[in-house]
Design a binder for this molecule. Structure first.
Ligand SMILES: NC(=O)c1ccc[n+]([C@@H]2O[C@H](COP(=O)([O-])OP(=O)(O)OC[C@H]3O[C@@H](n4cnc5c(N)ncnc54)[C@H](O)[C@@H]3O)[C@@H](O)[C@H]2O)c1
Ligand SMILES: O=CCCC(=O)O
Length: 493
């Protein structure tokens, strides 16, 4: 289907929203300014959305603050029901939401619909968790006292999200926030706001009250400053680059906000001589090429032991050669475009740097003939840990192969980075899998598996990859305050 036809179809379905949402009202920027949202596969303009700033954000914060007074007192059962209804609506509109994701983000439609299922799973999971926010009773040290711990929502939350998962990075934050009784101001990426707006429209239809979820977008630094400067915003939850995460962390100090940060990665994928070759190829392919390499947990360095290196390089390159590149709406395509031309230029720079330092291109290594945002799935051998490819997040379809001799070498190379999000190892030796897993300075480890994300497990990084965990029962903690209550004079008759 052509972009125009798709846009018309989504408009008819009521899911093409092009205004922000403040206090339950669809709202333009107060000065009427807009920004364009483009299809990264074709460059066509999909829609214009408001270019909002500090004023609109302050109003969204006030609405969220007002709504918090009632939403935080709604029973857990009611909150759970609203979230469950929202989940059902997300799933029943997964085709349309998938189309929106492919339109504005570029990933192949099947993968986009997969993101809807994945994103919705956080709403379902936290609908269930809403009913399990238990406190504690602590055995007292004095006989006339009773000691309790209550869990209460932290308050208004500012949720800032990236473009690579336009739905799932929002639901992974909003699910636990709403389940615990918080209200939220969402700031999606300006490159992919349409999915966020469609998702909150479905939340509205699910009965989530006005002001509980608000969306502003536009001038990111101005919106960020308003969120950081407000003492009504009690928490910032951010997913995005490490550079912006550091700014938000520093900016939160003025009002001592809680901060959760899901930042960039530099995932090692270690293939040992004793790995099953087929399992290692399949696993590393999934870990590298998901979303055309634009995933924070994508394998950034494939570190291969010398005894299996040549066999692995050959089998892996063969598998990569079969990846079909194209517009995400075309049948059979598994690799879409990168988000914009700047992303392609970054990848080109990284590859040139590696070649100039002695790396060899086994496959690809250049822009795809399809045009400005497409890059060929690429395999590069003889990479070392000093090249930019190994030092920085590639965020593109380039797989660098590094060689190692011993287990100690592999661990040293893998940990030689400031990042610490995901790591993968492939081995058939159970003792080794434990030893290496324990030695890796990472928040997530896949053993003989390249696709490890799920709503039921804690997701998050160590070192400069972030603070806090999302998803799972631990994902509630960041949205809840503990209140200790001491009941005194209990023995009075
Ligand atoms: N750890 C994770 O779970 C995870 C998940 C997805 C993406 N990421 C990371 O995100 C990055 C890619 O996403 P991106 O390019 O959108 O990241 P980005 O940091 O450029 O932008 C993320 C969000 O922050 C906003 N932003 C930028 N400057 C701001 C400011 N001064 N104040 C407030 N908001 C501001 C952007 O508009 C966007 O909404 C990669 O580094 C990737 O690894 C991490
Ligand atoms: O890009 C990072 C998030 C991807 C995931 O949740 O698996």
């Amino acid at each position: 289907m052509k972009t125009d036809n798709l846009v018309a179809h989504l408009r008819t379905a009521g899911l093409l929203k092009t205004q922000g949402l403040i206090g339950g009202k669809w709202t333009d920027a107060y000065d009427g300014k807009t920004i364009q949202v483009r299809n990264p596969a074709t460059g066509e303009v999909i829609a214009d959305v408001p270019c909002m700033g500090g004023k609109e954000t302050n109003d969204a914060i006030s609405s969220a603050h007002d709504a918090f007074q009632s939403w935080s007192k709604v029973t857990a059962t009611e909150r759970s029901k609203c979230l469950r209804t929202w989940y059902d609506l997300l799933i029943s509109h997964k085709e349309e939401l998938g189309q929106l994701i492919t339109l504005e983000q570029g990933k192949p439609l099947k993968e986009a619909i997969g993101e809807v299922t994945y994103g919705a799973s956080f709403i379902e999971f936290f609908a269930e968790e809403a009913r399990r926010i238990y406190g504690d009773i602590i055995p007292a040290t004095l006989g006339d006292r009773r000691l309790l711990v209550l869990k209460q929502p932290v308050g208004v939350v500012g949720a800032i999200t990236p473009w690579n998962f336009p739905l799932a990075m929002i639901t992974r934050k909003v699910g636990p926030a709403l389940a615990s009784g918080c209200t939220v101001v969402i700031k999606p990426s300006e490159m992919t706001p349409l999915t966020a707006l469609a998702a909150v429209e479905l939340a509205r239809q699910a009965g989530i009250p006005p002001g509980v979820l608000n969306v502003v977008m536009g001038n990111a630094p101005d919106i960020g400053d308003a969120l950081l400067g407000s003492s009504q915003v009690r928490k910032i939850t951010f997913t995005g680059s490490t550079a912006v995460g550091k700014k938000l962390m520093a900016g939160s100090a003025g009002t001592v906000k809680r901060v959760s940060l899901e930042l960039g990665g530099n995932a090692p994928c270690i293939i040992f001589d004793d790995a099953d070759l087929d399992v290692a190829v399949k696993g590393s392919l999934g870990a590298k090429f998901r979303n055309s390499g634009q995933t924070c947990v994508c394998a950034n360095r494939i570190i291969v032991q010398e005894g299996i290196y040549d066999k692995f390089a050959e089998a892996f390159s063969k598998a990569v050669q079969n990846l079909q590149v194209g517009n995400g709406f075309s049948e059979g395509v598994v690799q879409g475009p990168l988000i914009n031309e700047a992303a392609v230029q970054k990848v080109e720079k990284f590859v040139q740097d590696a070649i100039s330092k002695g790396a060899k291109v086994l496959l690809g290594g250049k822009r795809h003939s399809l045009g400005m945002t497409f890059y060929e799935p690429t395999v590069i051998s003889d990479v070392n840990n000093e090249m930019i490819l190994s030092r920085e997040e590639i965020f593109g379809p380039v797989a660098p192969l590094l060689r190692f001799k011993t287990e100690e070498d592999a661990i040293r190379i893998a940990n030689d980075t400031n990042a610490g999000l995901a790591a993968y190892i492939f081995t058939n030796n159970i003792q080794r899998s434990w030893r290496v897993t324990e030695a890796l300075e990472y928040g997530l480890v896949g053993v003989n598996e390249g696709l490890i994300s799920t709503e039921v497990a804690p997701f998050g990084g160590v070192k400069q990859s972030g603070l806090g965990r999302e998803g799972s029962k631990y994902g509630m903690d960041d949205f809840l305050e503990l209140k200790y209550v001491c009941l005194g004079d209990m023995n009075r008759k």
